[in-house]
Design a protein around this ligand. Structure first.
Ligand code: QAP
Ligand code: CO
Length: 170
């Protein structure tokens, strides 16, 4: 297993739209393993292949609160209720920045597992939020895109501060 480099906002490669997975082979299994390894080392709960510069519809998650590990291939979701969530979200590609966005509290997930079998699942709370966040990555979208200019400025400043701190370490 290999820990991959996670692209950092505003890397333009994060804007790439992912393609469907059509072959469920050993290479896909290797990619999934590397994604879990990369996510765990970085202390994340969700990672989209886009973030390691692989532009396929593959997401891994390990959600606390009893949900656990998930592999989502070619996923889609639809809202189940109009209720919105109030949770803060973060992103391994924008470390150190957390914010609340309007997200659905309940969604229906439809995806394939690592062997290509379709499954459907009702998701709520943190799991539903993570699905919506990670699916955005596959579309080349980003959780800070829709923020007000003021909050986006805060996010950009948090990233710049972190970059300065990293340079000092070298
Ligand atoms: C997406 O994000 C998510 O800033 C997954 O310094 C997050 O795993 C969906 C992380 C929250 C729903 C709720 C962020 C790690 C991890 C950071 C992550 C950081 C270290 C983010
Ligand atoms: Co993210």
């Amino acid at each position: 297993m290999t820990v991959k480099f996670i692209l950092q906002y505003p890397d333009p490669r994060l804007r790439t739209r992912a393609s469907d997975v059509v072959v469920f082979d050993d290479a896909l299994q290797l990619l999934i393993n590397d994604m879990f390894e990369t996510m765990y080392i970085s202390g994340g709960i969700g990672l989209a292949a886009t973030q390691i510069n692989v532009h396929l519809k593959v997401i891994v998650m390990d959600i606390p609160d009893g949900i656990g590990k998930r592999v989502l291939i070619n996923p889609t979701w639809t809202p189940v209720t109009t209720e919105l969530s109030e949770l803060k979200e973060g992103c391994l590609s924008v470390p150190g920045y957390y914010d609340k966005l309007p997200r659905y509290e309940n969604v229906m997930l439809r995806a394939q597992d690592s062997s290509g079998t379709f499954f459907e699942e009702n998701a709520s709370g943190l799991y539903a939020l993570c699905i919506q966040h990670e699916l955005d990555h596959l579309l080349g979208k980003f959780f800070i895109d829709d923020l007000s200019p003021l909050r986006r400025k805060r996010a950009t400043e948090a990233m710049a501060k972190r970059k300065r701190a990293e340079r000092k370490k070298l």
